[in-house]
Design a protein around this ligand. Sequence first.
Ligand code: ZN
Length: 379
Amino acid sequence: MWHKFSLPLVVSLACLTACGKAVSPLASVQSAGVPEAASSLLPASGLSPIPPELREQMAAAEHLIGNPSAFPNDAAKDAYLSSLVQALPAAGYDREGFLAKLGVAGMRSPGKQDGPTFYAVLQLPGYRPGTLVDGKEILPQVMAFDIAVHNPRLFMQLIRATNASVEAPSRNRAVWKRPYSPAGTPQPTGEVAQQRYAPSLAKLTRSYGLLFDDDFHAGLPAVAAMPAGTYGTFAIATSLGFTETQAWRVASYCNRIDYDTTPYGKTSFSPAGQMDRHFNLDRGGQDTRLVWAQRHLDGARALAKAGAFDQAEVEIGCGLHSLQDVVAHGQLTPSMHGVIGEFPDQVTYDPIAVYEATQATVAYLHAYLDAVATPVTTP
Ligand SMILES: [Zn+2]
């Protein structure tokens, strides 16, 4: 019963579960209709004009993921793309210019915000959060979503009020502010970087520029040749020349952050874990996910310098998780994500984020290889 839940609890419960992987595809839907008040979610100017290159990126990403069906009409697609045009500029969350240093400064998804994103969700006919636990819908999430659909203005006020308590445990621990060094002592693997990464380094020198081209075909590695479904960290790493074992390690640890099974303890998105690895808990400062991406990249470089490549690849995986969450979650708050469910996580709902996450992942892996391949001279 609704009255048995306090709202922070409801939102916390929804948040605890919504970021998980057990989601149903475009589940049992019925049109909710969009109330007039939904326009309060947008800036006074309404929907923004959509630049042609954004539509091209969307088409490229839809080709890659092989399933454009989440956006069944132009209104839904335009609301989604417009929410990205209205995203916060990088200066608002990446004060240290980390993304620019990686070579992916122009991304839009990292800046997406609660209001326009929720408006886009409301334009998707019949969308309901499809998070399932043991095959069942999360009741608090569904209830919160129904309230949100019928009174977006009130919902946004509640979101602001509840985020404070949802974020409090991770914010109080403030792990991202504590000194950091990679877990464990370096265990050298007995190789030098040129042996370890021979295929990647050969590709790096051959096609480095192409992968960062403005043209979206070059931006997504081998998109035209790639069959549907082969995208994501493992596919990207192997396409860059990492061996299957290396790519598996990177991809596995990238995923494990959600499940508390890395050397870094309780890192999941739940309030008991480290929300700062999945959401930006330092709004107005350096995005906490970018802090983690930078730390693990630095850690990986140091471990590779010591010849400890297995551990370096664990670092790369852990850092990629936060970097990819910057793209997938943007500046959405935990409570908003908790209520709207899989919209920011499932690739069919977020093709531009797929495109940009690919660019960011390629850039991050290149930044690692660059440092590994460059002989370090100490004065
Ligand atoms: Zn995450």
